[in-house]
Design a protein around this ligand. Sequence first.
Ligand code: PMP
Length: 290
Amino acid sequence: FDEREGTIWFDGAMVPWRDAKIHVLSHGLHYGSSVFEGERAYGGVIFKSLAHAERLRRSAELLDFAVPYSAAEIVAAKEAVLKVSGLQDAYLRPVAWRGSEMMGVSAQGNTIHLAIAAWEWPSYFDAATKMKGIRLDIADYRRPDPRTAPCASKAAGLYMICTISKHRAENKGYADALMLDFEDNVAECTGANVFFIRDGAIHTPTADRFLNGITRQTVMDLARRRGIAVTERRIRPEEMADFSECFITGSAAEVTPVAEIGPYRFVPGAITQTLMDDYLAEVQPQARAA
Ligand code: PMP
């Protein structure tokens, strides 16, 4: 992925893709002092760019460092890198980390770096294939207790258990894994939030112990605009037997229907379809200009 044409915004400069390198003694690599974003541009406009920039800054604050650019500067940098990419529909990846001046747990004086890349990341499937729903395993690892980790931060370190869980699921033929929380309630997937439907109403786990996704908030808003009730609450895994539909949400995943989670089965239906369509309409630049 590093050997390709392109340009990456790196500490305020436009750098050729293959030259955007860091030192092996970077604190972010050794101690996980790194935070990132994942977001999409549609028709040349980045969806909720300011919200993602603000979350990046907040993620860093939760790790006790400050991104040395304002949210407005981050938004402008993302637009600049999208422009040089020449892409209309793209995935953007801002990442901020502690640099390499000091090597030890403490790194109070290390320079904070910021890089932003943009590349093509098409939606996983076409709409018809998508409606068949993906299959999820149930992960062994739990999302950590908020007293154990800064779980509202989109921190690289919190993805260690996500990558392990996703690999285990993929090796068993699943698309992804559902993770439970530290009290064994349903939490989220390795890179997306989860929703369930029963009797025309939506139920989703309360996001006080995992990332409250920007897509999650958008979809809850879209559902309420349709008059669909949305309840945020603790959901026990056994309850999954009583839900008829299930879908996951994320900037990369958008709204993706789920057919299977461990022993539980769902049939993607009308509400999932409606929210999939509403989300794709909402992210279009003209929908936002209106
Ligand atoms: N949870 C996790 C662990 C994620 O990585 C993501 C993707 N950023 C989400 C939820 C969904 O967040 P968003 O909708 O803001 O992309």
